[in-house]
Design a protein around this ligand. Structure first.
Ligand code: BGC
Length: 860
């Protein structure tokens, strides 16, 4: 439009008549906004929308989590959506093209969910296997993370939807995440923790960035001017919107001055009236407020081409055509770790034992804000039954893997026979003498886990103090003793056939659920007869009905509930049954691992172990059947030391989204040749991990004592052997590398190192190979890692064929380290070595190159 002068219009009406395509004239609008409107514009209206200003035609826009699906505008009773593999599963594909396509499909979902801003991807670093949210970040390597995030963002933003790259920066653990202070030196900050943000901004220009909850070197990131203005805006030239993490704005003036545009979520705590007071007292200048307003308005313009309307109703797309893509995506992220006697892939026609909790339970996602409600989910057992025919597949759990008792799922029925429960929401408690004031009545198909933090109804007296009666009929699948459990953020009592079975309202204890705000799970047992009907009734009270006192900021709203149940088993008998089954079958698959409760936002893991009894189960099965195929499912590494040497066939899978089981089964049975590579080193023991002695907070501080030596960079430097190295993964075929070429390519504005290599598929079947390019500085004035990943390429190569794989790396990124004396990147004149192979511990092809001069640089 080119209408940038407020003086151009006689009045607002003339302005409104002049705008076409709904593109806002940002400067004009800012000139017309009242101070009150400005103060309101800088905070979200509610959990998922910015505010609208109708008189100036400024629409509200919606945000949605992210990153492995688009949940829409409700945590509570969300609309169903496409669920993609968790980020470590996406990263295990090492496939840039696929990540771009993931982005494109996400943008389609955003359009249906009416969300113009997708809250993702997450590029924090997997410093420790214990990081509760490590599954949601891509990798331990900043370059792998940054390059994959770039493709994801390019895919999403191609269609007019914006991404919020998160969480800037060093939100690498969950413990005390709002207050912990990450202490690290500038070099480590630049080379490891900021680098994925820098790469993504260079390669994909995300339209938004989300700040993290924590402090870095004494300053909260949402108040850090050196970070937001100094590095992100001035040095990197970022022109988009910076928003806070949810309830991660902690100040009025400091955050505005630092460059934090938008407080999230609403209703606002630190803007609106408080901002007006800060303007009046000149704690902030109005021009600073105007800058922040411009960023909000600019994002509205930047996402206009998406065509997404204001407060659009949410829709779904459970399309057949998406399924093969999602299925292949899962399969490409499955990593084959052992196949010692080429016993994999398994035959499709044999009598097969399937063992393990994660075989029957579709662990499709990690926990926390990234969790979405899937259109459907497929367990490995279901996929294997589909492939082999139900008559050939026999199942035993062997050991359970849950942390909280799993949802009763199909065993809870509505009067019409459908699965689910009825929820009635009241303003007054069950014992209220009078009309309880019914506010809402709804049906949910699964009540195993829900959050009511963003539940709202006009008739509610309070968003955080209300009561929900949950009714269903429990029809158990088995006869015997059931364990029943309830964890709650709020209060809850469970009654079966009118009898109080669980009281999690009185004498509550702190637990890890609901970001540490919930009461721990209370369990009880109850004897049932299979097929018999029992009335199942829960009295749930929202967050403020609990008198538990929590540390840390409240997460707001109505709280949530985890209610589950399962047949109680004797651990040894369960293992014995599984071993007996294994002995009777021709081939055996064990699927073990973690799930969304063990790996979740809000709580770090306490150790690297598999859930109780799972190691014993695997050991016992392997003793009976040494050729058993073991599948470990987890978002970050688990301890395999007690059985890994006895195991010949081993696979790893992250949480796979909708097609979780299908993608895995395709690899096990050879429909897909595995090509996944580990985005994380699997250490022998937790104690070997470089962050081990510093992980967790030491009276509020987290010392990044390992410096730049994160993951493989440490294991290689100190020559510590690991179980499976970074970048590792096998194939059912073999590849041969030849003819490595390294050349300088100088283009206007940027110089590159171009690396190409010929890769031949020397086996009998087609397959994809991942070529990884590492660079090592031969002689440096500082200590550096032995080598650092700089780029990678993946190609499908037919049996017997040869393909050329190429990487073009900006020279400065290939060579530089952060110079703490000069406060800039330095590329030292000298000799460097390029190492090319299929894993970080491959037998590399190598070639040296020289640089002619030392130079310093900043920016992108
Ligand atoms: C998470 C963010 C998320 C936000 C909104 C926060 O708890 O840290 O990643 O986008 O909630 O759900």
């Amino acid at each position: 439009m080119g209408l940038d002068k407020s003086e151009s219009f006689l009045d607002v009406q003339e302005y409104l008549n002049s705008i076409d395509n709904k593109m806002l004239d940002v400067d004009y609008i800012v000139s017309q906004l009242t101070e009150d409107e400005k103060c309101r514009l800088l905070a979200a209206e509610d959990w998922w929308h910015t505010i609208k200003i109708p008189r100036l035609d400024v629409p509200a826009i919606r945000f949605s989590d992210g990153p492995n699906g688009v949940r829409g505008q409700r945590h509570f009773n969300s609309t169903k959506t496409t669920c993609f593999p968790a980020a470590t599963g996406l990263a295990a594909t090492w496939n840039k093209e696929l990540l771009f396509q993931v982005g494109e499909l996400l943008s389609e979902e955003c359009k249906l969910k009416g969300a113009r801003l997708l809250l993702g991807p997450t590029v924090n670093m997997a410093r420790s296997p214990l990081g509760g949210r490590a599954f949601e970040s891509f990798s331990e390597d900043p370059v792998l993370s940054g390059l994959l995030a770039s493709e994801y963002i390019n895919g999403v933003q191609k269609h007019g939807v914006a991404c919020a790259l998160k969480h800037l920066v060093c939100n690498d653990q969950e413990l005390e995440r709002n207050s912990q202070d990450s202490i690290l030196n500038p070099r480590t900050l630049r080379e490891v923790y900021l680098l994925p943000f820098q790469l993504a901004i260079k390669n994909s220009k995300p339209l938004s960035i989300m700040t993290s909850y924590n402090k870095v070197n004494g300053v909260h990131c949402s108040e850090d001017k050196d970070l937001l203005q100094g590095i992100v805006r001035d040095e990197w030239g970022f022109e988009g919107l910076i928003l806070s993490d949810w309830l991660g704005t902690y100040s009025v003036a400091e955050s505005i001055k630092a460059g934090l545009d938008l407080e999230c979520p609403g209703p606002s705590m630190y803007r609106h009236k408080m901002l007006a007071s800060a303007i009046a007292s000149k704690k902030v200048d109005i021009w600073e407020v105007d800058e922040r307003c411009k960023a909000v308005l600019k994002l509205i313009n930047d996402t206009q081409s998406s065509g997404i309307g204001e407060y659009q109703e949410e829709k779904t797309r459970d399309f057949e055509q998406d399924k093969p893509f999602l299925r292949n995506l899962v399969a490409e992220g499955v990593v084959l770790l052992k196949n010692e006697k080429a016993e994999l892939p398994l035959a499709q026609k044999k009598k097969t034992a399937v063992i393990g909790f994660n075989a029957a339970y579709a662990a499709y996602a990690g926990g926390g804000s990234s969790l979405c409600r899937p259109y459907y989910k497929v367990s490995p057992l279901e996929s294997i039954q589909e492939k082999l025919g139900k008559e050939n597949v026999f199942y035993e759990a062997g050991a359970y893997s849950f942390k909280f008792l799993p949802s009763l799922g199909n065993s809870l029925k509505l009067p019409n026979g459908n699965t689910g429960a009825t929820l009635k929401v009241y303003n007054y408690p069950p014992d209220f003498k009078g009309d309880r004031d019914l506010v809402d009545e709804l049906i949910m198909d699964d009540i195993g886990y829900f959050r009511m933090n963003d539940y709202f109804n006009d008739k509610l007296h309070s968003r955080s103090k209300f009561y929900v009666d949950i009714e269903s009929t429990f029809i158990p699948e088995f006869t015997g003793e059931y364990l029943l459990g309830i964890a709650v953020h709020g209060t809850a009592k469970l009654f079966i056939d009118g009898e109080l079975i669980i009281d999690n309202a009185t004498n509550q204890k702190h637990g890890t659920a609901f970001y540490g705000q919930g009461a721990s799970e209370v369990r009880s047992s109850f004897n049932v007869v299979a097929g018999k009907k029992y009335s199942y009734h829960i009295e749930f009270g929202a967050a403020d009905t609990s008198s538990l006192v929590h540390e840390g900021p409240p997460i707001g709203g109505g709280g949530g509930l985890i209610c589950g149940g399962i047949l109680n088993i004797d651990p040894q008998q369960a293992i014995d049954r599984a071993v007996n089954l294994a002995k009777q079958c021709e081939q055996v698959i064990v699927v073990t691992g973690l799930n969304k409760e063990w790996e979740s936002e809000g709580a770090d893991r306490v150790n690297m172990s598999l859930p109780p009894h799972n190691d014993e189960l695997i050991q016992s099965v392997l003793k009976a059947k040494p050729d058993a195929v073991i599948v470990v499912q987890s978002g970050s590494p688990v301890d395999m030391s007690s059985w890994v040497d006895d195991c010949r066939n081993l696979l790893h899978i992250s949480y796979g989204g909708n097609e979780n089981g299908n993608g895995l089964a395709d690899v096990i049975f050879g429909d897909v040749n595995p090509s996944g590579r580990l985005p994380l080193t699997i250490p022998r023991r937790l104690e070997d991990n470089p962050s081990y002695i510093n992980f967790g907070a030491q009276r509020g501080k987290v010392y990044y004592g390992e410096g730049v030596y994160i993951g493989y960079r440490y294991y290689e430097k100190v020559k510590r052997s690991v179980l499976f190295p970074f970048g590792y993964g096998l194939s059912y075929t073999s590849f041969e590398y030849n003819d490595l070429q390294v050349k300088h390519v100088d283009e206007v504005g940027e110089n590159f190192i171009e690396v190409s290599v010929k890769v031949k598929n020397t086996g009998n079947i087609d397959g994809s190979e991942v070529v990884q390019v590492y660079v090592s500085q031969i002689d440096s004035t500082v200590q550096r890692p032995i080598k650092e990943l700089k780029d990678f390429d993946k190609k499908f190569i037919k049996s017997g064929a040869t393909e050329t794989l190429t990487c073009k790396i900006p020279l400065k990124y290939a060579t530089s380290f952060w110079d703490e004396e000069r406060h800039s990147w330095i590329s030292e004149k000298g000799e460097y070595e390029v190492l090319v192979g299929g894993s970080s511990d491959a037998e590399f092809l190598t070639q040296k190159f020289q640089t002619g001069s030392t130079f310093f640089w900043k920016g992108l």
